[in-house]
Write a protein that binds this ligand. Structure first.
Ligand code: PTJ
Length: 261
């Protein structure tokens, strides 16, 4: 990325920030999305900025649920479009599922821009822009707008960086909700059926790879993966991982000596 030296120890983190700011300039991300990302970064630090076992397990279950679904839908908001558009398009393609633009701070202009971005990456079906004529019960007007062909009738919905209210409303509608959220304490993380506690930039490529791997497996095997999956265990695992990691770091010491390096 422009101006960021590759040798910088926080190179990737700076690149992601630049990507989000760029997407904000293009009217894809809202300013609130920049703040939301900052909260995410904090949790990414705590999990060591790597995909841990609890995320791998959730990704496997998510892939199985998406492959078993009758009407899977990949929901896309501003941050998801800025950070993972390409992978989300590939995922929808593999699943033969529609993408749906679904925004918390909805404006028709931004919805159209996100659709355009997804189409430029090869997306065939993008719902939720011109056809958001249905409503999620219990949510205020712009936030509740969905496509009757997409989220409204979906049995499994993948959401990333979502707000807890909408996750809860989707669960109340009887849907399986798969969430990608770095914060294991967020309402979304706790409300979702399957919670992938990982950075969207790592989780989406891993999900694409896992769907590709499991796509040819018999339904029985996918059902078995889902049956053995326990989201409470995965969330508890994430919390325990963080607390044990912090304990260990505190014990071993984290201070750096600039002269020693
Ligand atoms: O584009 P819109 O209008 O739909 O708005 C998108 C935002 C993200 C602004 C909106 O959905 C929102 O306000 O979300 P919240 O309630 O801030 O929740 C976002 C969650 O995503 C928080 O729990 C963050 O910790 C988490 N998060 C932030 N960055 C990442 C992340 N999770 C995974 N990967 C990230 N890079």
């Amino acid at each position: 990325s422009k101006g960021i030296p590759r040798s910088h120890p926080r190179y990737w983190s700076l690149v992601l920030r630049e990507q989000l700011v760029e997407a904000w300039r293009h009217g894809i991300v809202v300013p609130e999305g920049l703040i939301a990302h900052g909260r995410g970064e904090c949790f990414d630090y705590l999990i060591g900025e790597e995909t841990q076992w609890f995320a791998r397990e959730a990704v496997r279950a998510a892939a199985a649920a998406l492959l078993l679904a009758q009407h899977p839908v990949v929901s896309v908001n501003g941050n998801a479009a800025a950070l993972a558009a390409e992978g989300l398009v590939r995922l929808a393609e593999l699943l033969d599922a529609p993408l749906e633009v679904n925004l918390f701070y909805r404006t028709e202009e931004r919805a159209r821009r996100i659709e355009k971005l997804l189409r430029s990456l090869g997306a065939r079906r993008v719902l939720g822009v011109e056809d958001a004529t249905a409503r999620i019960p219990g949510l205020p007007h712009p936030r509740g707008k969905v496509s009757p062909e997409g989220i409204l009738r979906a049995d499994v919905v993948l959401v990333a960086l979502e707000d807890g209210d909408r996750t809860e409303a989707l669960r109340r509608m009887g849907k399986t909700v798969i969430a990608i959220d770095l914060n294991p304490l967020s309402r979304t993380a706790r409300m979702a059926s399957i919670t992938i506690v990982d950075n969207i930039v790592r989780a989406v490529p891993l999900l694409v790879e896992t769907v590709r791997e499991l796509k040819t497996r018999p339904r029985g095997e996918l059902e078995e993966i889902l049956r053995n999956y326990d989201n409470d265990r995965v969330l508890a695992g994430a919390l325990r991982f963080i607390s044990e990691r912090l304990e260990r770091l505190a014990r071993e010491g984290v201070a750096m000596d600039p002269l020693a390096a």
